[in-house]
Design a protein around this ligand. Structure first.
Ligand SMILES: Cc1ncc(COP(=O)(O)O)c(C=O)c1O
Length: 355
């Protein structure tokens, strides 16, 4: 059988030949002693790109977010975040289980807590409510369709958090996609948050790793948190070497993923009942809602799999496609055609049932 067209996630991307060569040749040392030159080069470059004083290499985005939240906030404090954000939905409740931190959830269409949401929590009597330890935003926002928070969206929020002395953390797993969409340097976005986590292992194609960046003293404390979580690594230069290529060479390829995602959305917009708006697809994520057709997303994902297209199940009536380097333009076109045909068939079958 031919290989399926894998649009489940951008995390499925394999390291490029350049990355594999750099990994084989990487100069390494014991990074727990701060002696791995390749990790240090990656951390310095990542700090530069995000416009922060320092950065720290971590094995995963989940650990980067955990290090951030557990370093910013302490047990009994709250973390304000969107109800659909990755930290809340997909990270095994780490901030609560490991840090005793209480998520306070907001629910706005763009996935950003508003300045009013945050101010409302800050204004509550301090003797009665948990104090706010950190505010988290996600950019791009995965479950809200890869949507982008622009500097103008973040600045007012950062104004409120800064005035209250509360850190603003960005889960920027795909912040390079946001920067690509906006046509601005990543630092223009991250200048509006105090710390940022971003993934090298998604559209940027590194096999492993994320970065947490922020002020010097914060990163020093975050290194202790990483140690506590078991995330300090030894000759990590072997993987950081691929991370450096991801950081330096791969952001320019993200435009291609965005164009491919738009192509999927445009083709799916032929099926009116899907209510797909291609204009709303800003980056490499396409969320498809099947409510209008009255079919379970699980059935669609399964039938697509049988036809050689892999998508992710995202809820009872929600599935997700993520374009990535390992699916070519032609394959994306083929996957879109297959998906359109499947939906047409399902609609016909439904008519049959109704007759
Ligand atoms: C928005 C967002 N944040 C964090 C992560 C976590 O990254 P990792 O899978 O490296 O832990 C992901 C991964 O899919 C993500 O989509």
């Amino acid at each position: 059988m031919t290989r399926p067209i894998d649009l489940r996630s951008d995390t499925i991307t394999k390291p490029t030949p350049d990355m594999r060569r750099a990994m084989a040749d990487a100069e390494v040392g014991d990074d727990v002693y701060g002696e791995d030159p390749t990790v240090r080069a990656l951390e310095e470059r990542a700090a530069e790109v995000t416009g922060k004083q320092a950065s720290m290499y971590v094995p995963s985005g989940t650990m980067g977010n955990a290090c951030a939240v557990l370093t910013h906030a302490t047990a009994g404090q709250s973390a304000i975040m969107d109800v659909e954000c990755h930290i809340y939905v997909y990270e095994q409740g780490g901030v609560s289980a490991l840090g005793g931190i209480l998520p306070l959830l907001t629910n706005n269409d763009n996935g950003l807590p508003t300045p009013e949401d945050v101010q409302g929590h800050l204004d509550r009597p301090a003797w009665l409510h948990p104090s706010v330890g950190v505010v988290c935003v996600e950019n791009t926002h995965n479950r809200r369709g890869g949507s982008v928070a622009a500097p103008a969206d973040l600045a007012p929020l950062h104004g409120v958090t800064s005035a209250a002395g509360v850190p603003l953390h960005m889960d920027g797993a795909r912040v390079f996609n946001a920067a690509t969409f906006l046509g601005v340097p990543v630092a223009d976005i991250t200048s509006h948050v105090d710390s940022v986590q971003f993934c090298l292992s998604k559209g940027l194609c590194a096999p492993v790793g994320s970065i947490l960046a922020g002020p010097d003293e914060f990163i020093t404390r975050a290194r202790a948190t990483r140690r506590r979580l078991g995330g300090a690594m030894r000759q990590a230069g072997v993987i950081a070497a691929a991370g450096l290529i991801a950081l330096n060479d791969m952001p320019s390829r993200l435009r291609e993923d965005h164009d491919n995602a738009r192509q999927i959305a445009e083709q799916l917009s032929q099926i009116e009942t899907l209510g797909m708006d291609p204009g709303a697809v800003q980056t490499n994520i396409v969320i498809v809602r099947t409510d209008g057709i009255g079919v379970a997303a699980g059935e669609v994902v399964e039938r697509l799999r049988e036809r050689g297209v892999l998508a992710s199940l995202y809820g009872p009536t929600m599935l997700r496609f993520v374009t990535n380097r390992d699916a070519t333009r032609d394959q994306v076109k083929e996957a879109s055609d297959i998906t359109v045909r499947l939906f047409e068939e399902i609609i016909e079958e439904k008519k049959g049932t109704l007759r």
